[in-house]
Design a protein around this ligand. Structure first.
Ligand SMILES: C[S@@+](CC[C@H](N)C(=O)[O-])C[C@H]1O[C@@H](n2cnc3c(N)ncnc32)[C@H](O)[C@@H]1O
Length: 247
C-alpha cells in the first residue's frame, strides 16, 4: 500500500511558529525532505530515526532539482513510507508546492497540504508593520523580486497596489525601487526591509523608496529578506511598541 505525502509549511523560521499540526506530522514522519531555510530548531521535531533529506535548490539547476524532489517524494511514498515535504513559510507562497502537488496527483499518491505562516505575512508583523490599516491600506500584493516576473506583472499595476510585499528581492531591491518610481510610486513612499524575520538575526531598515537601496547596502542586509512598500511601512506608526515587546 502507498504511503502518504504531507506538504507542510514550516513557518518563517522560529520553531515556536510551527503549527501544532506540522509538529505532530514531523514527529510521526519516516522521511522528511526539507529546504535550506528550515533550521535545526524546526528539524528537532523530527523522529531521531527519520530519514532527513536536504533538497535545497542549487542556483542554475532549479528544474532538475525539482524533478528530483518529485521523484524522491513519489518513490518514498510508493515504498509505503510516511513522508513530510517541509517548506519554509507556506507551501503555496512561492514554494513550488503547487508543482509538487500536481506531480503527486499525477502519480496517484495520496497527499495533503498543511498551511504554514508565510514570511510575506510574518516578517512585516514581526517588525511591527501592519500590512493593512484602515485609511492607509486596503490592498496587499505579494510578489517575487525577480525582475522578469515583476516586468510581466506590470510596473503600473504594482505601483497602484496600496501595500507591496516582495519576496526573494535581496538582489534586485535597487532596480525594483527605481522601476516602481518610474511606474508612479513617489520617491518618498515609505518602505521597510526585514531580514531573517522571527530569527535571532532579525534586522529591519526603514527608508523612503528613493533611498532604500542605499539604506539596505549601508546596513549590510542580506537574504532572506522581505521588502514592504507603502504607507503602512512608515513604521514609526507601530515600531516602538513592537520593538519594546520583543526586548
Ligand atoms: C523561495 S521563497 C519561499 C517563501 C515561503 N514559501 C514563505 O511563504 O515564506 C524564499 C523567500 O522567502 C522570504 N523569507 C523566507 N523566510 C524569511 C525570513 N525568516 N525572513 C525574511 N524573509 C524570509 C525571502 O524573501 C526569501 O527569499
Amino acid at each position: 500500500m502507498s504511503g502518504r505525502v504531507h506538504l507542510v509549511g514550516a513557518g518563517p523560521g522560529a520553531a515556536d511558529l510551527l503549527t501544532l499540526r506540522a509538529a505532530g506530522l514531523l514527529a510521526a514522519a519516516d522521511v522528511v525532505l526539507h529546504d535550506r531555510l528550515v533550521g535545526p530548531d524546526v528539524l528537532a521535531f523530527c523522529r531521531a530515526d527519520a530519514e532527513l533529506v536536504d533538497v535545497s535548490k542549487r542556483p542554475g539547476a532549479e528544474s532538475a532539482a525539482q524533478e528530483e524532489i518529485n521523484r524522491v517524494l513519489i518513490e518514498r511514498a510508493r515504498a509505503g513510507l510516511d513522508v513530510v515535504r517541509l517548506k519554509g513559510g507556506d507551501p503555496f507562497i512561492f514554494g513550488r508546492g503547487g508543482e509538487e502537488a500536481r506531480a503527486l496527483q499525477a502519480a496517484g499518491i495520496p497527499f495533503d497540504v498543511v498551511p504554514g505562516l508565510s514570511s510575506a505575512l510574518a516578517a512585516p508583523a514581526a517588525a511591527g508593520v501592519s500590512l493593512t490599516h484602515r485609511e492607509l491600506a486596503r490592498s496587499v500584493t505579494i510578489i517575487t523580486g525577480h525582475l522578469q516576473a515583476l516586468e510581466e506583472h506590470g510596473w503600473d499595476a504594482l505601483a497602484a497596489t496600496d501595500t507591496l510585499v516582495v519576496l526573494m528581492g535581496a538582489a534586485t531591491v535597487g532596480e525594483m525601487a527605481q522601476r516602481l518610481m518610474a511606474g508612479g510610486r513617489a520617491a518618498d513612499t515609505p518602505a521597510v526591509v526585514v531580514q531573517e524575520a522571527t530569527l535571532p538575526g532579525q534586522q529591519e531598515v526603514a527608508a523612503p523608496l528613493g533611498e532604500l537601496a542605499d539604506a539596505v547596502a549601508e546596513a549590510g542586509l542580506r537574504a532572506p529578506l522581505v521588502v514592504v512598500v507603502g504607507a503602512v511601512a512608515a513604521i514609526d506608526l507601530y515600531r516602538p511598541l513592537a520593538l519594546e515587546t520583543r526586548r
